[in-house]
Design a binder for this molecule. Sequence first.
Ligand code: THU
Length: 157
Amino acid sequence: MKEFNITVPVVELSYDELTAEERRLVDEARGATHRSYAPYSHFHVGAAILLSNGEVVTGANQENAAFTVGTCAERSACFYAGARHPEARFVEIAVAARGTDGKEVSDPVAPCGACRQALVEYEVLAGHDVPLLLVGKDRIFRLPSVRSSLPLAFSEF
Ligand code: THU
């Protein structure tokens, strides 16, 4: 028998400690929360993805009266990026959220498991780590890659 641990390295940063490019990405993710359609949960999530062609693609959660049909912010962003810029590769991702009170969450939110799995595939396509910024009002977590957020991710590759 063998036992091992998988650890997730997380760097906690303030907005000012981010690079200029990351601040732009965080601004875009925060802005995208205002394009969320969340009449059921009133929880507004925004995601922004920097692509290798310099474009920033955003997404926001889109809910539906048939609940399971709705889509998270991260998947709306990554599928849009894939559909709009199929040749571009992911460089970095930011996720932000506003709670039911309409205010930005103080602690960072992390993508759900399904979104992590979806994003991992684009990281594999990129062929390199794609850092993930999880944005809260007062603190931001930087994970070195999407895969680090989903240890033991499913992969056929
Ligand atoms: N949501 C996201 O957009 N991303 C996540 O990773 C988790 C949850 C959305 C789905 C739903 O519209 C709302 O947040 C409340 O769960």
